[in-house]
Design a protein around this ligand. Structure first.
Ligand SMILES: [Zn+2]
Length: 422
């Protein structure tokens, strides 16, 4: 479906693919489960960086690391500029030990923004400096039903009202110290993944499911044997959950970037756990009109089920990249994660669709070849459609004739369902 101002004709002219990209669903799911098995709260991501790097090597994709471990891989193209990027983050939510309590429990604070409601009952690993990895359980302060009865249900939900009971005999702060615990220890929550009926239920699908979709897309592109039109950087950031993900990873040549992250199925939202969800806007502002519509066009061209959404309390790697001063087009494509930042759930079909869209995007021509230059003339600068459809054009004549009639668009003329299209 072509809309005014969209890139469809250019995409159709240059794309070599005729069918939907071949995503290996088994590889995608296995990759996701492996990623989930590696703890990686923001700030404690070295191991997952090693694994992703080794996986890129297995796929014959070259890469380099920033000092702190963000990964910039590269798929070579027929032309090197204007380069593009696809980005996802390997860090997850977690917690950190704030204090060793006199009762022998650990006080914790969250890493990233999430509710202690979803921490309660979680099994955790505490990474200590000298005692190795320790295990424990996050519990509300009033945890014993036989002792506190209904008070359990009336205590507030907050990080001040939970503590970690370690799997060690500790009854004092000194005993915690003796066992190796300390302020600043990282706390990783067991993801507890379960695959059932096509659903994947786990913590930290945000954003390990996005990383797995991206790797599956990269595998499809590599295995197709085709050289892509323009160079593409595959970026894996390590600090998205704390806001600085893509601030320092971008190559200066990158003119457009697609972020891959979770969508937010919830009442009032249009995200789903099936198909790709394309975000039009999040709390930091609208995504690039042209790049976003190009992605919608690719979905329509390849028959990839998709829907649009606008996110409320949400930011992603696109925001940190723009805030760092990068002048480029950004967009956001997502898998739906029900109960995001809680007990999350998505569906394999959504991840495969997302992989298909990423592969189709990587194999598409530049959105605007002129974007290879940072500055350019007005001539050739794209336009966003502003003309009314003929039936809605204002004229003095129609104003007098139709004054009493509201101008309602003709649904038959609409090119896309306002909400879902599958
Ligand atoms: Zn995320």
């Amino acid at each position: 479906m072509t809309r005014p101002g969209s890139r469809s004709s250019e995409v159709e002219a240059a794309l070599p693919m005729e069918d939907r990209p071949a995503i290996d669903a088994t590889y995608l799911q296995d990759t996701l489960l492996t990623l989930l098995s590696i703890p990686s709260p923001s700030g404690y991501t070295d191991e997952v960086v090693h694994w992703v790097g080794e996986e890129l090597s297995r796929l014959n994709i070259s890469f380099e690391l920033t000092r702190r471990g963000a990964i910039r891989a590269r798929l070579m193209g027929h032309q090197s500029s204007p380069a593009r990027a696809v980005v996802s983050h390997v860090d997850t939510l977690g917690a950190m030990v704030k204090n060793l309590k006199s009762n022998g429990r650990l006080e914790i604070v969250p890493i990233g923004h999430w509710s202690s409601r979803f921490a309660e009952g979680g099994r955790v690993t505490i990474f200590t400096d000298r005692g190795g990895a320790k295990r424990g359980t996050v519990l509300p302060l009033k945890a014993s039903g036989h002792t506190f009865n209904e008070e359990i249900d009336t205590q507030p939900v907050s990080w001040d009202n939970v503590e970690v009971r370690t799997d060690d005999f500790c009854a004092s702060a000194d005993e915690l110290l003796e066992h190796g615990f300390n302020i600043g220890d990282y706390v990783a929550f067991d993801p507890c993944p379960e695959v059932h009926n096509g659903f994947i239920v786990s913590r930290h699908l945000d954003n390990k499911a996005g990383v797995a979709s991206m790797l599956a897309a990269a595998k499809a592109v590599v295995e197709s044997g085709r050289k892509i039109p323009v160079q593409c950087h595959l970026l894996f950031t390590i600090s998205e959950e704390v806001g600085t993900g893509a601030s320092a990873i971008l190559h200066g040549d990158v003119s457009e970037m697609v972020a891959v992250d979770n969508a937010t199925p919830a009442p009032g939202q249009n995200s789903r756990e099936r198909g790709v969800t394309i975000s039009m806007k999040d709390q930091t502002g609208p995504f690039d009109y042209h790049l976003t519509h190009k992605l919608i066009d690719l979905c329509e061209q390849y028959g990839i089920p998709h829907q649009r959404d606008v996110f409320k309390y949400y930011r992603c790697d696109a925001a940190s990249a723009l805030e760092a001063g990068n002048d480029m087009r950004v967009a956001l494509v997502c898998f739906g994660a029900d109960a995001s930042h809680g007990y999350e759930r998505t569906h394999t079909q959504a991840l495969v669709c997302l992989g298909e869209l990423i592969a189709a995007y990587v194999d598409s021509p530049p959105t605007f070849p002129r974007d290879k230059k940072r500055l350019g003339p007005l001539d050739g600068f794209p336009r966003q459609p502003i003309e009314l459809e003929p039936s809605h054009r204002f004229s003095a004549e129609s104003a007098t004739e139709d004054d009493a009639e509201p101008r309602v668009p003709d649904p038959a003329r609409s090119s896309e369902s306002p909400n879902r299209s599958e």
